[in-house]
Design a protein around this ligand. Structure first.
Ligand code: ADP
Ligand code: MG
Length: 604
């Protein structure tokens, strides 16, 4: 057999190797600079500030860059770490590292609470909630004087010991901060190559599709906030130890906006970008101080320039400075071909739960979905038999997509029950239904456009209960075999947004197949395809039908396609079933013909 070469390494992994090397070089350079150059005390303190802020900004990379959630409360998490160290050491006489651990733990708890109580909201609401959280923190820091010493702040915070070595020398302390920053940059760079990282990316790219594909989006967002809170507190604790004095104005809303600007300027999607943005925004005001007299007016309008630059950055370079730099030295959008790969696995389907009903895989009982007064689905009973292709057809607006949305949990039904393989999933989350073996595609394709084809399909393989070996290798092989099945394996390294429409359809089907579904729900898979592509789709559907154990519930407009592939057809009109049976019978049914010709009397 000839050895073919395949894409096996995802873009993010390559990016990480890149980032990792950069992080080490960066750290080594900074550390030798710290140690050998005769830096002024002022320079040392600037660098110390950069390192501590940099650690907190890494949290912003995780939450904003990776997961796509806004956070305007990072200064509060920073504050938890700082006050933990300050109060723990000066009031309670704890050691530095114990006090830091307590601060970090409290911060993580706060992150979890913010995450779990508010993340269902997202968007503008999330911004408002993190701002309120930030303001509450500020109020407590200023007003709970017995605890925080109020506006006076806490002084006399001791330096930590490392082993038996007291880090009283600024250079030694700075070295420790840089080492910590470098390790954390390396860890955060590695995250995208793990299931958690990919889950975060999928939430950022398309939250609804991620949830339906099997990602527990709520947990992923809460996890991202917890990690962000931990990083914020670590930075804050190191800051308190470094400067030995803190006061509330280090942790107020404008500091939180600064953290946001730093990550946006440097590049939110990369840890190195975050560190770069931090350093620039800390040094910039200092450089501006030394400007010639004629330019001093800039200082007066400094805030205006600052705000304006942030807006310009967001509009014109959303990838930040680091994103631009990376584009200059790497072909950004295509992965390298670098590996041989074993032949594709079969799509053989594993039965997951004990079959409750040997005949029926999907059962809808009296299913209803109302939108206000509109009965989009009005009491639907459908039994989809195991191993068959069952089509749902009907005129535009007859309730087909709504039915699918209720089946996989995007909408809660107004009434009725849904059983998948005998399990009642009426009240389950969409990702739990995916874990139950229900995959789907969307009428308007919903992929993760900024991720590679392979990463998209790997997210599909990541669903709960997928009967594959644990670990990245099995996920990747599973994804590649699904891509092979739809004949898209040679595109594995491409970024999805660059693919033509027809190919995106195929990737979406591969993503659904990668999870070993029992039930595949396809919403108008032929929509937007040209004649050639439609022909290929029919061939693909027939191959799917022949693969063992897969049951397909399909919506389409194209009668020829539906007639060619389905065993059973159910016809909907105005949310009600008007006919059901074998294609040859159903398509000649007078009520069906009337519904398609738009004669309302005949359907009653
Ligand atoms: P089909 O897929 O058969 O073309 P849909 O299921 O998309 O039809 O829509 C059925 C009916 O429900 C339509 O009248 C549509 O306007 C309405 N509908 C669908 N989704 C919503 C929604 N989220 N809110 C209000 N009405 C909706
Ligand atoms: Mg539809």
């Amino acid at each position: 057999m000839s050895k073919s070469r395949y894409f096996t390494e995802s873009r993010s992994q390559r990016g990480q190797a890149h980032s990792l090397i950069m992080a080490l070089v960066f750290a080594a350079a900074l550390m030798s600079l710290t140690w050998f150059a005769k830096l002024s005390p002022f320079m040392l303190s600037m660098l110390m500030q950069s390192a501590c802020y940099g650690i907190a900004v890494l949290g912003m990379v995780v939450v904003l860059g990776y997961t796509g959630q806004i956070n305007l409360g990072q200064a509060a998490f920073f504050g938890f770490g700082a006050y933990g160290v300050a109060i723990g050491t000066t009031v309670y006489g704890l050691g530095f590292w114990s006090a830091l651990s307590i601060g970090v733990t409290i911060s993580a708890l706060a992150g979890a609470v913010i995450g779990m109580t508010t993340l269902r909201l997202g968007g503008h609401y999330l911004a408002m909630i993190t701002i309120s959280f930030q303001q509450i923190f500020d109020l407590i820091a200023v007003n709970w004087i017995e605890m925080t010493h109020g506006p006076d702040g806490v002084a006399g915070i001791p330096r930590p010991e490392l082993g038996t070595f007291l880090l009283s020398d600024d250079r030694a302390y700075l070295l420790v901060c840089f080492a910590m920053l470098a390790v954390l940059i390396a860890l955060i760079s590695y995250l995208p190559a793990t299931r958690w990282g990919r889950a975060m990316f999928s939430v950022r790219e398309n939250e609804l599709a991620a949830e339906v594909t099997g990602i527990p989006t709520l947990q992923v967002k809460a996890g991202a906030f917890i990690l962000c809170a931990v990083l914020g507190a670590l930075g804050g604790g190191m800051y308190a130890g470094g400067f030995s004095y803190i006061s509330p104005d280090n942790f107020n809303f404008s500091r939180a906006v600064e953290f946001l600007s730093m990550v946006l300027l440097g590049g939110a999607q990369s840890p190195i970008g975050g560190a770069l943005g931090t350093t620039l925004l800390i040094l910039l005001p200092e450089w501006l101080k030394d400007m010639p007299k004629s330019l001093q007016f800039i200082k007066d309008i400094y805030l205006v320039i600052y705000g304006l630059s942030v807006i310009l950055i967001m509009v014109f370079m959303p990838q930040g400075i680091w994103g631009i730099l990376r584009k200059l030295w790497s072909r950004p959008e295509v992965d390298e071909v670098n590996d041989d790969f074993p032949p594709a696995l079969s799509l053989e389907n594993a039965s997951l739960t004990k079959n409750q009903d040997p005949h029926v895989l999907l059962k809808l009982e009296g299913l209803e979905k109302h939108f206000g007064g509109l009965k989009a689905v009005g009491g639907l009973d459908i039994s989809v038999m195991r191993g068959t292709v069952h089509a749902l057809i009907g005129p535009n607006g007859s309730g087909k997509t709504t039915t699918l949305n209720v089946i996989n949990g995007i909408y809660k039904p107004t009434g009725g029950r849904i059983l998948i393989d005998g399990v009642d999933v009426t009240n389950a989350f969409p990702h739990e239904r995916a874990a139950q073996g229900a995959s789907r595609t969307f009428q308007n394709i919903r992929l993760f456009p900024g991720m590679s084809v392979l990463e998209n399909v790997m997210v599909g393989a990541q669903r709960g209960n997928n009967p594959i070996a644990p670990g990245e290798k099995a996920l990747r092989e599973r994804a590649l075999s699904a891509l092979e099945f739809v004949n898209m394996r040679h595109k594995a390294g491409q970024i999805v947004r660059n693919l033509p429409y027809g190919h995106q359809r195929l990737v979406e089907i591969a993503r659904a197949l990668a999870g070993h579904p029992k039930l595949l729900l396809l919403d108008e898979p032929a929509a937007g395809l040209n004649q050639t592509e439609k022909g290929e789709l029919v061939v693909l559907l027939k191959r799917l039908r022949e693969s063992h154990g897969l049951t397909i519930f399909l919506i389409d407009h194209d009668m020829k396609l539906v007639e060619g592939v389905s065993d059973t057809i159910t016809v909907l009109n105005f949310g009600k079933k008007i006919a059901e049976g074998r294609p040859s019978e159903v398509l000649r049914h007078p009520a069906v013909i009337a519904a398609y010709l738009g004669d309302p009397d005949a359907t009653a």
